[in-house]
Design a protein. Structure first.
Lengths: 280, 289, 382
């Protein structure tokens, strides 16, 4: 694009925007808006439902009451399930994070066909249909007497959570300059010290993100939980499932609202933090 | 290659992999292996269980229904996802980031909360039915139908169409469209003749991925569908927990798993699926250009 | 072997004196080979001794093996063959973090999550010194690199030159027996480079350790070094002081790599007290014939531009000069002198002559006669 020798006189209005050659059509933006609504709005229905006074799932909800929330936090059935979910999710997060971080570090150092195969294998849980995994695990755990136990839940959930940690930490490792490790070695730090003083601090955000996702994956997991449950041990998603299929319990609205708000908040938090940091 | 690894020996790296591999082996490979073995060895060492899948009259029908549902979901995801992905290529980086996060939200929101919300929305007497009644269509039943299940599944599987598509669309030079228009094409013709062919790779990759992931859905069809119209996941559950026919369930499960893995591998060859999964898995947008 | 430093005018010669003084390690490479499985080894049977306290530069084009050699000394690569010893002790099996060698990288490699002070203190903490000693040493070394007061900053807040000085401080604070520098100034602009070159020389003088410096920039090598090892294709072409490499190259590669030259390839056949080229007969001073074994098979004559003069006709030639016909291709004006780019002889070989402005002006296309004294020419292996 050549500029003319004499430029036209400057416009008096501030040049804030200029017309693109090919502006985005209104229909495209409308469609985008519709899709966004489709993606977000339906789930939000649980929030008004959670204040309903009715004993059914009727919509629009009648009245306004905190009764369902009260029930959620006082009814031992719900409270136990909440506690179980927290317990399992926390242990899963711990186990999956250590296992997954170690695996990510190892895979970042190894190359060759076997390493690539291992990496692919470790990603399988994400794509494998949950129902197939659940059934296989259920049948095996029956034989090993792990059904209905915290151990069984934690092991099963960790197996499916590890890929998320792996992806997250691998991403963080990708941003690590290998010359930093060389520098650390030249300064006298053994490989273990280098790992502790240089690698871990620089990938800590990736590790934390992986841990959070592992927690969410476990807390929210339904299919395997349904198969592994026992009358004495249920996680919250299972209790929610019961309150739709076995007994109509509108407390599920309160539970759902809490879940939606909590998970969305946790999910958006790193994005918000990153946005603020970039603006600094 | 004898370079010194600053992080330690090769041997120590493999050692770090042991916990993950042990977990993988113990929780996934061994149970799946047992299931496979069981399916070919009960009651004797034959492929009878697999043959029964074809002859028991139920399995094929369910598989067909599942495939049809998956195809419908794929089509819906394409119709909604293609313009969405295209929009993502047109807006600025901040808007793009928001669009990306929004499409990922259903995936990460609680499964039960989401499905419960759909129950509320699609139920008889619910808002959707009322909406249809406003337009004169009475008694449109969506709850307990495959249609309702399709709608709910599309919502959560959209990112798996949008991401591979966005990756491909982002690489198409829009000036080609302008050139086509300049040469006399109408906007529609320009799209079909120039843009669409270049985007086919992303469409295929995303399509295969969405189709494959649809096959395994359990909670949504169980809660929003009806037992008469069950999908394969429900059949699997029924055979395991109610009929206690582990061998038959195992056979069917193996079939579903193998088909799933094969399709994902194929989609990955076409392009971009593994990284799309990675983006979904971490919830972090990775700018493609 | 004379070890006179050639300094540029204005730059003090190293006070460290001839190589061999000072506390520092003696680094000895014996038949060192490193093979990555490519067509030729990256480092091919290299032997070199770096004297204690010496500033040795490994110079050469990209891919010549100089960086790999440095990595072998540091321990980041393992030897395929040969031996590396530090003060006589074989370090082949010693991992890099135990060799006690400081290292500087082109991208500084400062730990981004630590402050300047923490970066510099890092090696001291690894050696389990107490906090007070650490604080004192960090302060001292930051003063040495003139960055006092920046100890609370993070690397991202510093300029490139400052970051490299922090890296330097970090690499010498633990008093390593040698410092390895891997093209540390490559990422800096010209002025900053010169300034930091001065810094590095000053610190070498003050600290007295052995320095092994890798670069592809021959000017840098000439400025900084006590001795230079010139690398080509995995082996060392020549080792010597910058002066030696410049005035007494053994091969054509060395002559071409360091500075501009006029090159006359003589083909096969020996060189006696006379040499013939393009019909000219030139006197050869036997002292100027390289001792390189290949010089008897194929030789070339090399003359530096500053030793070449021009006259308009052969009649004006001084007695005893070697001469060749020359046509002016271009003139570069450099203030008090000019560089004439010439086409020499019938083959029109490109050449250069440096003439002072007083001599008068020459125009493109002028036919001249280039001349030099036999003692100024050097006969090298081609």
């Amino acid at each position: 694009m050549t500029s003319t020798v004499t430029s036209p006189p400057a416009r008096s209005a501030p040049r804030k925007r200029y017309r693109e050659v090919d502006p985005i059509g209104w229909w495209l933006k409308a469609l985008g808006g519709l899709v966004i609504a489709f993606l977000i709005l339906p789930t939000l229905f649980v929030i008004p439902m959670s204040f309903s006074t009715s004993t059914t799932f009727q919509f629009p909800p009648t009245g306004f009451s905190w009764r369902l929330y009260e029930n959620f936090f006082t009814n031992p059935v719900w409270l136990d399930s909440l506690g179980n979910s927290f317990l399992v999710a926390t242990l899963t997060a711990l186990l999956a994070t250590t296992t997954g971080t170690a695996a990510a570090v190892a895979l970042s150092r190894l190359d060759g066909r076997v390493a690539r195969l291992v990496r692919t294998l470790l990603m399988v849980p994400i794509v494998a249909p949950a129902i197939v995994v659940a059934i296989a695990v259920y049948i095996a755990f029956l034989g090993w007497q792990l059904t209905g136990t915290v151990t069984g839940y934690v092991l099963a959930h960790t197996a499916i959570a590890v890929p998320y940690v792996l992806v997250s930490v691998t991403g963080a490792l990708g941003g690590l300059d290998p010359r930093l490790l060389k520098a650390s070695a030249s300064l006298g730090a053994s490989p273990a010290r280098t790992f502790a003083r240089v690698t871990i601090p620089l990938i800590s955000r990736g590790i934390l993100t992986g841990a959070i996702f592992a927690f969410i994956v476990s807390f929210d997991e339904v299919v395997i939980a349904l198969f592994l449950r026992s009358p004495l041990f249920q996680t919250m998603p299972v209790q929610m499932y019961n309150s739709v299929t076995v007994e109509i319990d509108p407390t599920i609205s309160a539970a759902s609202s809490l879940m939606v708000v909590a998970v969305t908040f946790i999910f958006l938090l790193p994005q918000l933090l990153r946005g603020r940091r970039r603006r600094r | 290659m004898s370079s010194v690894r600053i992080g330690g020996t090769r041997w120590s790296s493999w050692l770090l992999l042991v916990p993950a591999l042990a977990l993988l082996a113990g929780i996934l490979l061994v149970p799946l292996g047992k299931t496979l073995v069981n399916s070919v060895s009960t009651p004797d060492w034959t492929l009878a269980n697999y043959q029964h899948l074809f002859t028991d009259g139920v399995t094929l029908r369910v598989l067909g229904r599942t495939a049809r549902t998956a195809a419908t979901v794929t089509l819906a995801a394409l119709l909604l996802g293609y313009p969405y992905a295209y929009l993502m290529t047109r807006v600025g980086p901040r808007a793009r980031g928001i669009l990306l996060i929004v499409v990922l939200i259903p995936f990460w929101t609680s499964v039960m909360a989401r499905n419960f919300a759909w129950i509320v929305i699609l139920q008889d007497g619910g808002p959707v039915q009322s909406l249809f009644a406003l337009f004169g269509a009475d008694h449109v039943v969506l709850y307990g139908t495959t249609a309702g299940v399709t709608v709910a599944m599309t919502q959560v599987l959209l990112p798996f169409m949008v991401l591979p598509l966005y990756s491909t669309l982002g690489g198409i030079d829009r000036r080609l469209l302008l050139a086509a228009r300049g040469l006399g094409s109408s906007p529609t013709a320009a799209f079909w003749k120039v843009y669409w062919p270049l985007s086919r790779g992303g469409v295929v990759a995303g399509g295969i991925l969405v189709f494959t992931l649809s096959l395994g859905f359990y909670v949504t069809p169980a809660l929003l569908g009806s037992p008469q119209e069950s999908l394969v996941a429900q059949l699997l559950a029924q055979r395991t927990t109610i009929l206690l026919d582990f061998a038959a369930a195992g056979a069917l499960g193996v079939v579903v798993l193998v088909v799933t893995l094969a399709l994902v591998a194929w989609a990955n060859r076409v392009g971009g699926t593994v990284s799309a999964i990675g983006v979904v898995a971490t919830g972090q947008p990775r700018e493609r250009r | 072997m004379t070890s006179r430093r050639s300094g540029e005018p204005g730059r003090p010669a190293s006070a460290g004196g001839p190589a061999g003084t000072g506390q520092g390690t003696r680094i000895r490479l014996t038949n060192v080979t490193k093979d990555f499985g490519h067509a030729t080894p990256a480092v091919d049977d290299v032997s070199l001794t770096v004297e204690p306290g010496e500033f040795m530069t490994l110079l050469g084009p990209s891919g010549s093996g100089k960086t790999t050699t440095l990595n072998l000394i540091a321990g980041f690569e393992t030897l395929t063959a040969g031996e590396i010893s530090l003060d006589g002790a074989d370090v082949g099996h010693v991992p890099p973090h135990r060799r006690n060698l400081g290292m500087l990288f082109q991208n500084y490699a400062l730990f981004p999550h630590m402050t300047v002070a923490q970066n510099v203190a890092y090696p001291l903490r690894e050696r389990r010194m107490d906090r007070r000693t650490i604080a004192a040493r960090v302060a001292d070394v930051l003063a040495l690199v003139q960055l006092t007061g920046r100890d609370g900053d993070h690397p991202a807040q510093l300029s490139g030159g400052q970051q490299q000085r922090v890296a330097l401080a970090r690499a010498i604070v633990f008093e390593p027996r040698a410092l390895l520098l891997d093209e540390p100034l490559g990422a800096l602009d010209r002025n900053l480079r010169s300034a930091l070159q001065g810094e590095i020389r000053r610190i070498h003088r003050e600290v007295g350790s052995t320095f092994v410096f890798v670069t592809h920039d021959q000017e840098e090598a000439m400025t900084l070094s006590d001795r230079v090892a010139l690398f080509d294709n995995g082996h060392i072409e020549q080792v010597g002081t910058p002066q030696q490499l410049y005035t007494e190259p053994e091969t054509l590669f060395t002559a071409r790599f360091l500075g501009d030259s006029n090159v006359f390839e003589l083909g096969s056949g020996g060189v006696g007290d006379q040499a013939g080229w393009d019909g000219e007969r030139w006197a050869v001073d036997p002292d100027t014939i390289a001792k390189h074994p290949g010089v008897t098979e194929r030789a070339a004559i090399v003359v530096r531009p500053e030793d070449v003069g021009v006259v308009r006709q052969r009649a004006d030639l001084p007695a005893g000069a070697n001469a060749v016909a020359a046509t002016v291709r271009d003139v570069e004006y450099l203030g008090s002198y000019r560089t004439l780019l010439l086409a020499l002889g019938t083959p029109r070989v490109p050449g250069r002559a440096r003439v002072s402005a007083i001599q008068g002006d020459y125009a493109i296309g002028d036919d001249l006669v280039a001349w030099w004294r036999p003692r100024a020419q050097r006969v090298v292996a081609a």
